[in-house]
Every structure is written in structure tokens, then in C-alpha cells.
Design a binder for this molecule. Structure first.
Ligand code: UDP
Length: 380
């Protein structure tokens, strides 16, 4: 297939990310499969990205994750500076068939503003958008700018302006799903895990109370704001508390972190992350937000770890209650579900991942969407 796609992964982290990195993981998973299908990929990211691509464009020398500590308008400023550089690069060339953009509302606004001579753009929505309709108020890219969601529930909750421009959704996937059914079985430990950013929406405080209720150890893995390691957060001092996730951690999670039953291990990566997830009795998602995509959910399945979660956002789309996990709309029931999770079969989880969440499945769906966008697809 002769198609050149400019894949805009944004300025926050390198691709692949060093550990935590939702959007960057998606791009790192998708791009190799697209290239296998013959798509030429120009990656717009930061200079330190090491993903194999046909060409790289970067504005910042390295990931600007540390800027996430600042108030939101400055955060947008970083995205905007990155995007301005990408737009400048696009103005001097006519070989880009399509832009696949992942950079928040700023990305979409910029693509829209590029006017009729710009390549068609597909913007992937990564966030729960119901609370932020103002970010996506003014969409006027005509048939040239389209959006896709990462789950049906995310799109259903999105502002009307976005749904009017939507060409569907593509669930997230993970390289761990390839051959997941042939991976050797890992002995399950007695602990629970929450893998993800420490954030009120991800519900680590609720998870910690749950662990104390059922008496199973809980491992909390993930960054607190821009801090990846407990010692970095400790060294950051009081200024770190400007970040809302840091405040959430100190006020609602840290009081439960006793180093024994509940531990915060910081960001885990690579083999360490996989082993930790594969050895857990259950992967907890005590969500308080409508999870839009849930890469960590899919990764849990691929590693044979059943999911116990509140039935929010995309969880009911990803998890079959009673087979690959246990879901409830009542937080109070989570304790019972954790106890019941050992009845679920890890092989069923792996099989589900192989059937639905491989990078090849994701890439084929995206190639289909690219075609629709290039043909000026009407929204669904
Ligand atoms: N992650 C990781 N190490 C951590 C915490 C998270 O590698 O300590 C990865 C996780 O495996 C997943 C991604 O970061 O691939 C988070 O994506 P997800 O969609 O689950 O959450 P969000 O994008 O909302 O942060």
C-alpha cells in the first residue's frame, strides 16, 4: 500500500515511553504493524524517541513530561509549540497523505485551522471528553478532519461536535497479546495490583481501602504526577503539591501506604511490569471516571490476570463479566469480587486478548479508518 502517514505522538514522552505512557504506548504498538502493512510512517515526537520509523520530526529535544506539573494553560502551550513545529514541517511538503494526530484538543484545533490545503487528518480521542466540551467547541475542518474514539462508551459520552465528526472507535491493544495464549503460566501470588497513573479517577485510594478490607497485599504501580520514583517525589518538597495528582496522593493514598499491605512502587517498566501484572491474583480498576481506553486493562488480560473493576467507561466493552473479570456498579461489592476472582481462568483472559486486542487487529482497523477519512467519509 502506498500511503504516507504523519503520526503525531506529541511532546510529552519518547516513543516508546520509558515506562508509563498511554498515548506513546499506543503509537509504539500501532506503528510497527502499520509499517508491516506497507504504510510509510513519519513520526512527530521528541528527539529521544527510538521507535523505528521512515522519518522523524521533532521540536523538543526530549520528553516534556515534567511540564505537566504546571497549570493547564501552560501545558497547552507546550503542545501548541510542538504542533506549530509540526505544521511548519508540513507546509514544506506534499507527500503526506494523512495526519494521524494524538495530541489532545490542541491537536485537533490545529489540524482544523490548517485549512483546505492541509492533508486530511484523523484525530484519536484519548480522554474522557464529557466533562470538557469547551475544549472541542469549534470544529470546522469540513470533511478533512475526522475523529475516532478508543471505545464506544467514550464516543457515546463525547460532545455532539465530536460525534458529528466521528468515524468510529478502535479499541486499544498491546504487543503482549501476540502469542499470549502460548506464554508459560506464571504462578499467581496472593497480591492485587493497580497499574496506572495515581489519580482520583483511577481510584487508588478506594483500592487501598479495599485491600485493607479483604486483607490482600496491594501493589500500586505508576507515576504520581510527573514523579516516577518514590525517592523523586520525596526529594521534590512542597512545590510538588501544586500538581493535583500529588495532592491526591498525599491526602488520600499515602495515609494507607504502609509499605507492608499497601505499597507504592513508582513506575514499573518492561519485564518487571509484566511479571508484576502476570503474578497478581487480580488487576484492580476501582474507577471513578469513565475510563476511555484502558490499555492496562488489555495488558492484564494478555498476561492472564483477571480484572476486577467498577463497570465504568469502556470496562464493560473490554471485560466479559464472569469470564475475563468481575464488574460491578456498586463500589461496596468490590471486596466480594476480589475474593471471587480466583475462580476465573487466566487462560480465558489470554484467549480474549489474542482474539481481540493484538496490534495487528488495531492496525487493520486504523487502515480502514484512514481510507474512510481520505475519501472524505461522512460521519457514522
Ligand atoms: N504503565 C507502565 N508502568 C506503570 C504504570 C503504567 O508501563 O508503572 C503503562 C501501562 O502498562 C499502560 C499505560 O502506561 O500501557 C497506561 O495506559 P492506560 O490506558 O491504562 O491509562 P492512561 O492512558 O489513562 O494513563
Amino acid at each position: 500500500m502506498s500511503l504516507t502517514v504523519l503520526m503525531n505522538a506529541g511532546p510529552w514522552l519518547s516513543v516508546p515511553p520509558p515506562g508509563y505512557g498511554g498515548i506513546e504506548n499506543v503509537v509504539a504498538t500501532l506503528v510497527p504493524e502499520l509499517r508491516r502493512l506497507g504504510v510509510r510512517v513519519v513520526l512527530a515526537s521528541v528527539e529521544t524517541s527510538t521507535l523505528a520509523v521512515d522519518e522523524k520530526i521533532s521540536v523538543f529535544p526530549d520528553g516534556q513530561f515534567h511540564a505537566l506539573q504546571r497549570p493547564y494553560n501552560q501545558v497547552c502551550g507546550v503542545s501548541q509549540a510542538h504542533l506549530n513545529g509540526v505544521v511548519r514541517a508540513l507546509q514544506h511538503r506534499d507527500d503526506i497523505d494523512l495526519v494521524h494526530d494524538h495530541v489532545e484538543a490542541v491537536g485537533l484545533a490545529t489540524m482544523t485551522a490548517m485549512g483546505p490545503d492541509a492533508p486530511p487528518a484523523l484525530h484519536t480521542l484519548h480522554w474522557d471528553l464529557a466533562k470538557h466540551p469547551e475544549l472541542y467547541g469549534n470544529l470546522d475542518g469540513g470533511d478533512r478532519v475526522r475523529v475516532n474514539g478508543v471505545s464506544a462508551s467514550q464516543l457515546a459520552r463525547a460532545p455532539q461536535a465530536l460525534r458529528d465528526h466521528s468515524v468510529g472507535h478502535v479499541h486499544l491493544s498491546t504487543p503482549l497479546a501476540v502469542d499470549a495464549d502460548r506464554r508459560p503460566r506464571v504462578d499467581k501470588g496472593d497480591y492485587l495490583i493497580i497499574l496506572g497513573r495515581i489519580n482520583p479517577g483511577k481510584g487508588q485510594d478506594l483500592g487501598a481501602r479495599l485491600a485493607q478490607q479483604v486483607g490482600f497485599p496491594l501493589v500500586l504501580a505508576g507515576p504520581v504526577g510527573p514523579y516516577h520514583r518514590p525517592e523523586d517525589l520525596a526529594a521534590a518538597g512542597d512545590e510538588a503539591r501544586q500538581n493535583p495528582d500529588v495532592r491526591f496522593f498525599y491526602e488520600h493514598v499515602a495515609p494507607h501506604v504502609d509499605g507492608d499491605l499497601v505499597r507504592w512502587v513508582g513506575t514499573v517498566a518492561g519485564r518487571e511490569r509484566d511479571d508484576l501484572l502476570a503474578g497478581a491474583r487480580a488487576s484492580l480498576f476501582p474507577l471513578r471516571w469513565e475510563e476511555p481506553g484502558g490499555t492496562a486493562v488489555v495488558e492484564s488480560l494478555a498476561l492472564g490476570t483477571p480484572v476486577v473493576s467498577t463497570a465504568r467507561g469502556c470496562l464493560p466493552e473490554l471485560i466479559e463479566h464472569g469470564r475475563t473479570g468481575l464488574l460491578t456498579s456498586d463500589e461496596e461489592e468490590l471486596g466480594e469480587l476480589v475474593l471471587a476472582a480466583e475462580l476465573l481462568d487466566p487462560d480465558e483472559c489470554r484467549r480474549e486478548a489474542v482474539a481481540r486486542f493484538t496490534p495487528a487487529v488495531m492496525a487493520e482497523k486504523y487502515v480502514g479508518l484512514y481510507e474512510r477519512v481520505r475519501l472524505g467519509a461522512r460521519p457514522l
